[in-house]
Design a binder for this molecule. Structure first.
Ligand SMILES: Nc1ncnc2c1ncn2[C@@H]1O[C@H](COP(=O)(O)OP(=O)(O)OP(=O)(O)O)[C@@H](O)[C@H]1O
Ligand SMILES: [Mg+2]
Length: 445
């Protein structure tokens, strides 16, 4: 029970865990959730020594680890722990934002003006942006934190270059803005990618798609069909694409082409990742390496499947060229229904012609549900330009994919294509269900 402004309100700790030496609690109170950080207690004595040590660091450049060791000798064990924690947090970590940068349970965190840091938590994504008890006090403090996070992640943000998007060495995406030129307040948003990619079986276990639908998509990518995974921001497109690529046979060569490294196939021996070089300033435009150039290069490496992290512009043309010469392709597209998808593909800057669109085999639509779960909502099969809905979650529709049957029939004899598809889908779905049973899933709030 907690007292709040004289009222009695029920507060329940829904989750509690360590992030380094800090403790994090998700406290549920009425209909809201608070992300509560408890860092080691800071006594006056420790504070004074910290100031001294930081001074020594600035003036004499002594290594933080060495300083921690030296000063700790003068302290009680609990004080020494706090000393070390704050010293490293300030000199090597991310200051007030350190816990947020280190907590893998966070999906995104943000600060857009002085006030509490807000975040989306993996255990409770349907609460959307929840508040934390870490508060940024002023615009000056926010400026300092934005610069610190960007610089310690290997980038730079200045009034001349006030909008920055970079990746931290642990592959989190940092988007920072420095106030003055383009906005009233400095701001930062960090997207944290799961450290271990989701397997297809895990997505089945999470209810994102059932095992038969998973088997269809798995087969489609393995049989070198051309697949588009579509949905809105954060709907789980890249996650689904990643899980499908991870299912591919070990003798496949998978070239992934991205602007930002999100796809992670470290467990696949045939993975060959390529990353575009984006212009960091107007002057650097000439040294940029766009996705189109990488796609052309990828073709010379004899890939089995080419995946483009997110198709946005003319690279779609190169992808279709790859599809036309027999490579499998897969990509994600930011759009939420078939009509919009076709309009985007056929208008500027993608500009696909009808005969090029005809080369796309499957369009998969994913959505983020109000409760935060992700779901495969619809799958369309493209039969020479006519798009047939073969799976519809809401309408309960499920039809065997014809193209998969036809592709299987080229290597198997004696059975009709639809029988082959049914058999293969059943076999793989069973396999996925067995794997999914072993997946550990943390219940959400
Ligand atoms: N099927 C899923 N079940 C639960 N959580 C998921 C699922 N898919 C994705 N997520 C969570 O959502 C986050 C965003 O997912 P992802 O990056 O795949 O979305 P996206 O649609 O590609 O977004 P964007 O449009 O920004 O590229 C992931 O970091 C992960 O935490
Ligand atoms: Mg994505």
């Amino acid at each position: 029970m907690a007292e709040l402004r004289g009222e009695r309100r029920v507060s329940r700790i829904f989750a509690e865990y360590h992030v380094g030496d800090a403790v994090v609690r998700l406290r549920q109170r009425d209909n809201t959730l608070l992300y509560e950080v408890e860092e080691p207690a800071l006594t006056e004595k420790v504070r004074k020594l910290l100031n001294q040590a930081m001074d020594e660091y600035v003036k004499r450049g002594v290594e933080p680890e060495k300083l921690a060791e030296k000063y700790s000798r003068r302290l009680e064990p609990s004080e020494a722990l706090a000393f070390r924690y704050y010293l490293l947090r300030e000199l090597k970590g991310f200051s007030k934002l350190h816990v947020f940068m280190c907590d893998d349970q966070i999906e995104d965190f943000t600060i857009t003006m002085p006030g509490p840091v807000r975040l989306i938590h993996r255990l409770a994504p349907h609460y959307e942006w929840i508040e934390s008890n870490i508060v940024v006090e002023s615009d000056e403090e926010l400026d300092r934190l934005v610069k610190l996070v960007v610089e310690r992640s290997g980038g730079s943000i200045t009034p001349a270059n006030p909008v920055v998007e970079i990746l931290t060495p642990s592959f989190d995406r940092v988007a920072g803005v420095l106030r003055g030129e383009v906005s009233l307040h400095s701001s930062i948003t960090v997207r944290k990618f799961p450290r271990r990619p989701y397997s297809l079986a895990r997505l089945v276990r999470l209810g994102t798609l059932n095992s038969e639908v998973a088997a269809i998509l798995w087969l489609a990518v393995e049989l070198k069909c051309n697949v588009i995974i579509a949905g809105l921001t954060g709907s789980g497109k890249t996650t689904l694409l990643n899980s499908l690529l991870l299912q591919l046979p070990r003798n496949y060569k998978i070239v992934t082409i991205e602007e930002h490294p999100e796809i992670n196939l470290k467990d696949h021996p045939g993975w060959f990742p390529l990353y575009a070089r984006l212009p960091t300033s107007p002057a650097a435009r000439q040294t940029a390496i766009p996705l189109t150039q990488l796609l052309k290069a990828a073709l010379r490496h004899r890939p089995t499947v080419i995946a483009v992290g997110e198709a946005r512009a003319e690279e779609v043309q190169d992808m279709i060229t790859a599809a036309s010469v027999g490579h499998g392709t897969a990509t994600t597209l930011h759009t939420d229904n078939l009509d919009h998808m076709l309009k985007r593909l056929t208008s500027h800057p993608m500009n696909l012609k009808p005969d090029q669109v005809a080369l796309i085999d499957y369009a998969v639509f994913v959505v983020r549900m109000p409760d935060g779960r992700r779901r495969v909502k619809e799958i369309y099969e493209n039969m020479s330009g006519s798009w047939e809905l073969i799976y519809d979650y809401e309408g309960g529709k499920f039809k065997l994919p014809e193209k998969i049957g036809q592709k299987l029939a080229t290597t198997h004899r004696g059975l009709e294509p639809y029988e082959l598809a049914a058999l293969e889908i059943r076999k793989r779905a069973e396999q996925l269900r067995a794997q999914a049973r072993k997946e550990e899933v943390v219940a959400t709030v």
